[in-house]
Design a protein around this ligand. Structure first.
Ligand code: UTP
Length: 225
């Protein structure tokens, strides 16, 4: 299969970077290359937010905030690619086209953001659309899509399956700005609607759960059809 991961920065580079978890992710990805072509788009996480918060206080433009975020995602991508080793690219692609070109000689291609005005989820969805991926996995720090905010409501339940159109309606109701693309941004969902790629939203910390998805076993998360 061709698998595209959108790996949240919150997972890979939270407050303190955990090298042993990075190595576990790297090993998980290396193993996948025995049977699959793998693309990983890495998010900005805490470091992106720190730079964006500082720049906001300096009255920076939204475009500058986005570029700070993009550089943070590329920094995280370089860290992951170096943890993976020689099967991954060392030159971080700046566009989806560059990532596809690098995939000719590398088993795993790792990248971050591309241009302002969207999130790395949109980059991953665009990459999945362009390469005709079989699976797009959005792994961040939430278990999937809930019927209401699980931070506010203790009786919130995880939605196991929903359509991409339903997801679009949901994200359209959430305000979005640089550094704040909760769940997924509109551009990502619009690309998923076009490509019809099977998309799964799940927690990125549980690598066993991720393996279950790829092996077609039961897992915790939300399937977007
Ligand atoms: P992320 O895509 O990581 O944003 O990029 P996020 O969804 O807020 O964070 P995660 O998923 O928890 O890691 C960080 C920021 O970088 C800018 C945006 O401002 C985004 O919020 N960015 C990123 C872009 O402008 N373009 C890109 O292609 C990627």
């Amino acid at each position: 299969m061709k698998i595209v991961f959108s790996l949240g920065g919150s997972i890979l580079a939270p407050d303190e970077i955990d090298p042993s978890f990075l190595e576990e992710v790297a090993e998980f990805l290396r193993e996948l290359t025995q049977r699959h072509k793998v693309y990983v788009v890495v998010g900005g996480g805490k470091i992106a937010r720190k730079y964006q918060q500082a720049a906001r206080k300096l009255d920076a433009s939204d475009e500058l905030l986005d570029w700070l975020g993009i550089y943070a995602t590329r920094l995280n991508a370089l860290l992951l690619s170096s943890a993976i080793g020689k099967r991954a690219n060392r030159q971080i692609p700046q566009t989806v086209a560059e990532a596809i070109a690098q995939a000719k000689s590398k088993e795993i291609v790792v990248m971050g953001g591309t241009d302002p005005k969207h999130s790395t989820d949109a980059v991953a969805a665009q990459l999945a659309e362009t390469v005709g991926a079989d699976l797009l996995i959005n792994a961040s720090n939430i278990d999937g899509v809930y019927n209401k905010d699980p931070k506010k409501f203790s009786d919130a339940t995880l939605i196991e399956e929903m359509s991409a159109d339903e997801l679009l309606t949901l994200v359209e109701g959430i305000p979005q700005s640089p550094g704040n693309y909760a769940l997924m941004d509109k551009m990502a969902v619009e690309s998923i609607i076009r490509s019809k790629v099977k998309t799964i939203i799940l927690h990125g910390h549980d690598l066993e759960n991720l393996k279950d998805v790829i092996n077609g076993e039961s897992f915790t998360g939300t399937v977007i059809n």
